[in-house]
Design a protein around this ligand. Structure first.
Ligand SMILES: [Zn+2]
Length: 257
């Protein structure tokens, strides 16, 4: 990192004592100075190829209203995808939805290790530290990952306004799905548009799995949260569900460490 460059990891409201910790792996479309030029068409950095539009704004609203710590990497997923395992082939994408990412072609093993060391590792260590501090303080804790997805993917429209993504631990997923289903206007993606089989569950799996924390990944279609009104409406909806769920959900979830 050059002098004066921003930290690759942001932690907001670290002392929040609400029962949730929020992570937003694809919050930022920032390409740090040292990685420029990135040889992308001008508009690419504004699209989901570089980040999850609207996701950080949503995550911040949830963090504020639930008094939850929020952690996110302030680097585009094009440089390194923090929601991928270090050995995943998609960790440093050479192509995204048909667009070549020239700057990532031929990245050496040393450069791959360097990006892991400077961005991926500190991000995940910050999540570890946050969770361990809370567990030591016996704060009840569930993990929520906030993402957004594009309405059209490879020319195909996606019908879901929201996707709930989960693995074996269905505690939070079932509850969210059940409550969201009350709104008949919603089409809910159950492990859509992605599922853990697509290797997109890394952050949740890594941090919640071994600690047996209730966890879920919430994917919101980005046209739903493209403006403040949409973000407010989705935050209202999710906050009321999560607050109502808290007592039952967390009663049995004190840390097993
Ligand atoms: Zn994402």
């Amino acid at each position: 990192m050059r002098n004066g460059d921003r930290s690759p990891v942001v932690v907001e409201n670290p002392e929040g004592t609400g029962p949730f910790v929020i992570v937003c792996d694809h919050a930022s479309n920032r390409i740090p100075e040292e990685y420029e030029p990135f040889e992308l068409a001008d508009d690419a950095l504004a699209t989901h190829i570089a980040w999850d539009p609207g996701a950080l704004a949503m995550a911040r609203r949830l963090s504020k209203r639930l008094d939850a710590p929020l952690l996110w990497p302030d680097v585009s997923r094009l440089v390194i995808d923090c929601n991928r395992a270090p050995d995943a082939s998609s960790l440093i994408a050479v192509e995204s939805e048909g667009r070549k990412v020239e700057a990532n072609r031929g990245v050496s093993a040393a450069e791959r290790a360097r990006r892991l060391e400077r961005i991926h590792r500190p991000y995940h260590e910050a999540i570890d530290a946050c969770l361990e501090r809370r567990l030591a303080a016996r704060l009840t804790t569930a993990l929520i990952a906030i993402h957004s997805f594009t309405p059209v993917y490879f020319g195909k429209a996606r019908p879901w306004q929201v996707g709930i993504v989960f693995d074996d631990d269905r505690r939070m997923a079932d509850l969210l799905i059940h409550k969201l289903e009350a709104d008949k206007a919603l089409t809910i993606g159950i492990n859509e548009p992605y599922s853990p089989a697509d290797q997109v569950y890394y952050t949740v799996e890594r941090h919640a799995g071994p600690r047996r924390l209730p966890a879920v990944m919430i994917e919101i279609r980005n046209d739903e949260i493209g403006d403040e009104a949409g973000q407010r409406s989705w935050a209202d909806r999710l906050v009321s569900i999560l607050i109502a769920a808290t007592p039952g959900l967390l009663a049995e979830s004190y840390a097993v460490v």
